[in-house]
Design a protein around this ligand. Structure first.
Ligand code: EPZ
Length: 422
């Protein structure tokens, strides 16, 4: 397993290009199952999760080719050979469950393994099942697999979700595009990745309104046609790299960044003393007044503070002046980066879903271990600001969600390298 060696090297300066959104691409790819015509995705990120989704779709008989060194994905599911998403693939990546809605809508049946738990929580699928059953699906759990069928097709309905789940919203919306009649989905998730999915479905001929609000209405159609769609910029990668100049000092321009992607997060950074300026090319971030101030954070569904930036924000708060309270309300176990940051001299106390961080003058480099995707990059951010060397192990977590992280950070003056495992 590779590691990444980071050595604190002072302020950062330059530009970092932001890639297409992993969490948009992972729902756009299964949308190909809704039509027998080809779907082309541009600005696709080059990540291991995209490779995993590619393997899953190919295991169903879809064709997926990766062009222009992975930035363009050409997908077609004209002739599918299976409607079963195997445990071996689903357990590696929960987003595999996003084939459930499309398979059910187009073929009237699907067998999808339950993902099983992951580092950050149990991550059940009850909200997905309730929504699809509201559309007339019959779903039963057998041998760890959801067996779903809709022999007479799906029927539009009014359904209110108990919680604004991102994945459940995506599965239900995709399924409803081919249901008979209209569907009203209430308490829908509002994330930009859902807006991006709906924009792509609309290009494919779907009739949908309300994306980005809590009520999405879908008028079912007979069939969907092919389309070409550009994947939206990755707001989590954007927020992650905005934290680099915030924690190290200097000035970095994030190319492709837009303020509307990072609203609540940017507000918190500004309150901490970080300066964010919208430029023609993206967002320019600097920390003109030295050490940032501690701010409190509560993670919420969009447009609240994103849970996927909580670990990275904690790294910044470890170096802030004052005490910050971070409350994680989305996942039940998303503080595994805390003990690793403590190894670097951070002062953090975790009680249930709340972490209290008292900022320190200087973090110290140390060997630390990545436990999940966002925790891994939080440790790299801490290493950029720490005195001395930090070695982050198990960086396969990082490869799931961050393309060329070493090259992007080296490009703004960071002292960072990848150490290949023997
Ligand atoms: C998506 O996961 C993202 N993944 C996650 O990003 C992100 O953290 C999450 O949304 C929240 O924003 C992708 O888009 C591929 P949820 P998802 O359904 O859809 C509970 C990353 O780092 N829940 O909104 O799985 C669930 O356990 C990843 O890129 C149920 O109880 O998130 C969790 O506590 C991590 N029952 C909460 O809701 C369900 O049926 C939010 O889950 C579904 C979810």
């Amino acid at each position: 397993m590779d590691s990444i060696l980071v050595t604190g090297n002072g302020p950062l300066r330059g530009q970092i290009p932001i890639a297409g959104a992993k969490n948009a691409c992972l729902t756009l790819m299964p949308a190909t199952l809704l039509s027998e015509e080809p779907l082309t995705l541009t600005n696709a990120p080059r990540l291991s999760d995209i490779k995993t989704m590619t393997a899953l779709l190919q295991s169903l008989g879809a064709e997926v080719s990766s062009l222009q060194s992975g930035q363009v994905l050409a997908l077609s599911s004209h002739d599918l050979t299976s409607q079963t998403a195997d445990y071996e693939i689903v357990r590696k990546m929960r987003a595999s469950n996003l084939v459930l809605g499309p398979l059910l809508a187009r073929f009237g049946q699907a067998v999808v393994s339950l993902p099983g738990g992951c580092a950050i929580g149990a991550r059940p699928m009850d909200l997905h099942v309730e929504g699809l059953e509201a559309l007339g699906a019959e779903i039963e759990l057998k041998d760890g697999y959801l067996h779903a069928k809709a022999p007479k097709g799906l029927i539009g309905a009014v359904h209110e979700m108990r919680f604004a789940s991102v994945g459940a919203t995506e599965n239900i919306v995709m399924a409803a595009t081919l249901a008979k009649g209209s569907t009203v989905l209430k308490n829908a998730a509002r994330e930009p990745e859902i807006v991006d999915l709906v924009e792509c479905l609309r290009k494919m001929g779907a009739q949908i309104t309300g994306e980005g609000t809590s009520t999405i209405e879908i008028q079912g159609v007979e069939r969907l046609h092919g389309a070409t769609h550009q994947v939206v910029t990755d707001r989590i990668e954007l927020g992650t790299y905005m934290l680099a100049p915030a924690i190290c000092g200097g000035e970095v321009e994030l190319l492709g960044g837009r303020m509307n992607l990072v609203g609540a997060f940017a507000e918190k950074l500004t309150a901490a003393g970080v300066v964010i300026e919208e430029t023609k090319a993206g967002l320019k971030v600097s920390r003109p007044n030295g050490r940032v101030q501690a701010v409190d954070v509560v993670t919420e569904p969009f447009p609240g503070f994103p849970t996927d930036l909580q670990a990275q924000m904690m790294a910044l708060m470890c170096t802030a002046e004052g005490t910050s309270v971070l409350e994680e309300r989305i996942f039940e176990n998303r503080f595994m980066h805390a003990p690793e940051l403590v190894r670097m001299g951070a002062a953090i106390e975790v009680h249930g879903g709340t972490a209290t961080v008292t900022g320190v003058e200087q973090l110290k480099g140390a060997p630390v271990m990545a436990t999940d995707l966002r925790a891994s990059v939080s440790l790299i951010l801490a290493g950029l600001a720490a005195e001395g060397e930090t070695i982050v192990s198990r960086v396969y977590h990082l490869d799931r969600g961050y393309e060329q992280v070493v090259r992007k950070l080296e490009g703004v003056g960071a002292k960072i390298e990848r150490i290949k495992s023997q």
